[in-house]
Design a protein around this ligand. Structure first.
Ligand SMILES: Nc1ncnc2c1ncn2[C@@H]1O[C@H](COP(=O)(O)OP(=O)(O)O)[C@@H](O)[C@H]1O
Ligand SMILES: [Mg+2]
Length: 313
């Protein structure tokens, strides 16, 4: 449905996209995950013809809309008619109500008055805003505003929904509500491509995740594989203090002895029980045990470092 091949976008001397390739298939909910500045928005703007990459190829709905520095304007216009887009930094008319907002947008799409109202109601119900349809947009919560932006993106009943960081800045409840709506969209047969820098945002709703780091797609896989891979790469870090020294001979964990009775243990899986057994067998007691699972941000940074390592070879 959306296929990007070897896309290169340079802003002056900065290479924002460095031969980026990815593919979103029909019916997928694709999470486009990457740290701030990785090139997510640049990728999205490219698929909409809003910026000019220098190299690569973009296919939308099977049509080649971009190749080697040029958009095919005719095909781009056709394709965009079937796309709904929610920008990262969007503005709303603060003094209008949600109903008025969608009515005006409907007008700009040339939808007749009677149909417009019907459509606005459908959309507001879909994004759970019908109850506040007459409240001024300026008085809506951040979560409500994001859902109104989503309703705007849905006005033309698009086949493909492109959302740029739609859940950023929402509280847990707002995130849960937004996720539910995306799940609904998926049930309705929509394909969704959305970006985020937070793993928790793409959990549950996405079937596929692509991870972008420094303008390159590092992995494209199922959410389950990505998560276990992250955990394996990041590993568990256990800080342990015992009542007397413990001999950790023969284990496959990385042990660093910080002091007589303090240890730093690194392992790929959760080994708390095994650690407990070791300590107990030697007649020692655990005085303190702390587990740290790395954050997504740390794992991103590690991936970036790995990439730099590759480059220096
Ligand atoms: N208009 C621009 N001019 C110059 N540099 C830009 C511009 N837009 C983005 N960049 C740079 O390109 C890189 C990728 O940005 P962006 O695509 O916005 O990342 P993301 O959306 O993943 O946070 C960043 O280093 C950013 O500073
Ligand atoms: Mg962005």
């Amino acid at each position: 449905m959306l296929k990007i091949e070897n896309l290169v976008k340079r802003y002056g001397s900065l290479t924002a996209l460095n031969r980026l390739s990815l593919e979103v298939r029909r019916g997928q909910v694709y999470g486009f995950l990457g740290p701030n500045g990785a090139g997510k928005s640049t990728t999205i703007l490219s698929t909409l013809g809003l910026i000019y990459p220098q190299e690569g190829r973009i296919e939308l709905f099977g049509e080649e809309i971009f190749r080697q520095g040029r958009y095919n304007e005719g095909k781009l216009v056709d394709a965009k008619g079937k796309v709904g887009y929610m920008p990262e930094h969007a503005t709303l008319w603060e003094f209008l109500t949600p109903l008025q907002t969608l009515d005006i947008l409907g007008q700009s799409f040339g939808i007749p008055k009677h149909e417009r109202l019907k459509r606005a109601r459908e959309l507001l119900e879909e994004v759970n805003l019908w109850d506040v349809k007459d409240r001024k947009v300026g008085k809506l919560s951040k979560g409500m505003r994001q859902r109104l932006l989503l309703a705007q993106a849905l006005i033309n009943d698009p086949e493909l929904l492109i959302l740029d960081e739609p859940m950023t800045g929402l509280d847990p409840r707002g995130i849960a509500e937004f996720k539910d709506i995306i799940k609904e969209q998926r049930k309705n047969g929509k394909t969704v491509f959305f970006s985020s820098h937070i793993l928790a945002h793409v959990e549950e709703v996405c079937d596929t995740v692509g991870v972008i780091v420094r303008g390159k797609l590092r992995v494209e896989d199922s959410i389950d594989n990505i998560k276990s891979d992250f955990l394996r790469k990041g590993g568990y870090l256990i800080l342990l203090e015992t009542s007397k020294p413990v001999n950790f001979e023969g284990v496959e964990w990385k042990i660093e002895r910080v002091s007589e009775t303090k240890y730093k243990i690194k392992a790929a899986t959760d080994i708390r029980e095994q650690v407990n057994d070791f300590v107990w067998e030697q007649g020692a007691k655990i005085l303190q045990l702390m587990v740290r699972v790395p954050s997504l941000e740390e794992i991103f940074l590690r991936m970036v470092k790995e990439e730099e390592g590759e480059h220096s070879h």
